[in-house]
Design a protein around this ligand. Sequence first.
Ligand code: F0G
Length: 369
Amino acid sequence: MPQGNRYKGLIDKFKAVLPVSDTTRFISLGEGNTPLIKLENIPALIGKNVDIYVKYEGLNPTGSFKDRGMTMAVTKAVEEGSQAIICASTGNTSASAAAYAARAGIKAFVLIPEGKIALGKLAQAMMHGAEIIQIKGNFDHGMQLVKEVAEHAPVTIVNSINPYRLQGQKTAAYEIVEALGQVPDYHCLPVGNAGNISAHWMGYTEMAQPENESAAGNYSKLAVNKRPVMVGYQAAGAAPFLKGEMIDDPETVATAIRIGRPQSWDKAWAAQKESAGWFDLLTDEEILAAQKLLTEKEGIFCEPASAASVGGAIRDIKNGKIPEGSTIVCTLTGHGLKDPDTAISQCVAQPQAIEASLDAVKAAILDKL
Ligand code: F0G
């Protein structure tokens, strides 16, 4: 057997701070270990002296941060003898659940809002062989139904109300501190169901106050009792945290965060309060503009919901809420290829077709130089 030091996924790497044992079979696709990329052009464009890093979670195996939580949730479901998992989803959770269920050899049921999930996510759930149940309702309706049906059927819920999901997702905070060699001053995330902001806060908190020295110990040396200010950005049409109460009929082009009744409501408020952070909202136009800016100026393609973190951070840097000299991490939750329709529809210049001749190609190039 080869004995290399191949990366074997985040449970293997972070097992000291995760609820697994020596006999646990890890259901892994090599998730985690995503790059923390420093933005080089945008800070200059906005004329501010800040260090902005993006945690490119779109480079997880199924193209979103959900894989961090799903590897844990499915690992534990299998360990507990479950034969089937179920989730409600705006798309990414369904893609991830479908993939990890396939890997584990168990069944996945996914409830998705009809017509409101991005094409790439639907393709993934279909290809991995999940049982796809489209409902004539939104994510919040699906979530309610999943909770009810799980009381009557032998299925394990793998939405972020499953505590193992947040355990897996907290590892992103550990990776950030490890990569930066310090705790960032600000951490900005898009907020939908509010699991991810809660999971990050859990990770940062463990590192700052390790209950178990040997476990979080390596990281606590870096963290030295500091935690970042947590900032959550929502889409204007789906912003219950801004309204201060749950909402019905959420609507946004960023379908991933088209959620009115976040399940991790209390945990996310705790993260905001304990970190002296804040919530804010972006219009769909602002979200899409941020997505375009990242692709055009930095070469980084994320899906619309993800761009809310960078769009919001840029605004709060410009208005001084995030001061110069700060180190800021923005989570890019999902890959841009997830939602090709929205991407193509916002490109004004559609590709032109010309004759397959040297003259025509030369003319087309010279025209643009
Ligand atoms: N960004 C993307 C790309 C997402 O898919 C989600 C959530 C979020 C941000 C928000 O994260 O819910 O932890 O606050 N997607 C879930 C899903 C709801 O079903 O795929 P959150």
